[in-house]
Ligand binder design. Sequence first.
Ligand SMILES: Cc1ncc(COP(=O)(O)O)c(C=O)c1O
Length: 443
Amino acid sequence: MSYLKKTDPEIYKLIKLEEKRQAETLMMIPSENIASKAVEEAIGTSLGNKYAEGYPRKRYYQGQTIVDQVEDLVRERAKKLFGVPAVNVQPLSGSPANFAVYTALLNPGDTLMGLSLSSGGHLTHGATHTASSKYFRSIPYDVDKNGIIDYDLLFKTAKKERPKIIVAGTTAYARLLDWKKFALTADEVGAYLMADIAHVAGLVLADVYPTPVPFVHVVTTTTHKTLRGPRGAIIMTTQKGLKKDPDLAKKIDSAIIPGIQGGPHLNTIAGIGVALKEASTTRYKKYCQQIVKNAKSLAHELKKYNFDLVTGGTDCHLILIDLRNKGILGRITAIACERAGIILNYNRVPFDPNPSLYPSGIRLGTPGITSRGMKEKEMKKIAFWINQIVNGLIETKRKLKLNMTQERDRKLREKIIRLTKVTKFINIEIKKLCKKFPVKKTY
Ligand SMILES: Cc1ncc(COP(=O)(O)O)c(C=O)c1O
């Protein structure tokens, strides 16, 4: 980065500071990961200079011979790896990918069914205040009292509401999705079934999470989570999708451009290609197996400390903790964990009585720390530290005689965290652990 340092020392300095922050803390937000140096190099190339509106051999500008080959190569890799007949690698990220599918298949006002935000669905699956509920009629489905998707209710609601599309995908759900049950409902009501595997795409490729491909019509995914690529997305049309509508892939291509996007980011597409190549190795498979082993081990350890895990555990890369039995909110816990060097996020839990800015839960995952080579032994330590932080916060609150509502006050929250000294000691330990497991970026 010698050119950057000379040309723009301010930006250079901020990048270096962020690199240091990532190196010295535990990346435990389940949607984050560490892309390889090879991916980083592909993103930072002159491919980004090229305008290429359209698709290979059907572009609007000249000079496309090379970038056509890039896009073709990446499309072929995605088709082969996921086992689908058609893919679009141009979506700029997961949210526009989902919106493109909706605009391809729905008319404004048509009905869409997705998992509610409070049950672990994503904003783009029909949540209020988003385009997915503003332009379409959004009817959510939910989890049951055990935190598991209520497939019976989904079936009944779909029969009543006749959605044109059902979205099966999650952002804060620790169990496997039953693709077969989703397909039963969608087929019964004649709806399109879209799987959004943004979080688990890598796990699907590594065979540690079941593939939705035989059951659904369309699959969307981001490329920067378990897949460990650059920020981007892929839309896939399955055989089943083409059987339902032979023009499905064409409709999706048109929904991307001219529908909602202009020129594709060819540098990112090249980076996605690199990530897909990395994901086809045995090493990657082992990496994904370890992600799940680590998450299960962390869940097991947390339960020993009486943490209440939504659904009682995990089958994938993430854990959702309901902190109500501890008498502390998610937000203060997430901030205190950050001070200690554990980066996770506060999150609502199913049937959360508390508002989204001060929810009852935290969400954490293992893709980032597994990329650094951490294993079960380290999960034990992390669970121990999280327990110490939570106990420390509870003890400080008790001493200050503060309740959960007062904890929402910014000044009081800061006071509790400041007086919870254990975060400082844990931070020293976490920095030591991070040194032992440096960010390698080679796989
Ligand atoms: C399931 C799911 N779909 C879509 C998205 C949106 O992706 P992006 O943030 O790239 O727009 C996310 C992001 O976290 C997600 O979890």
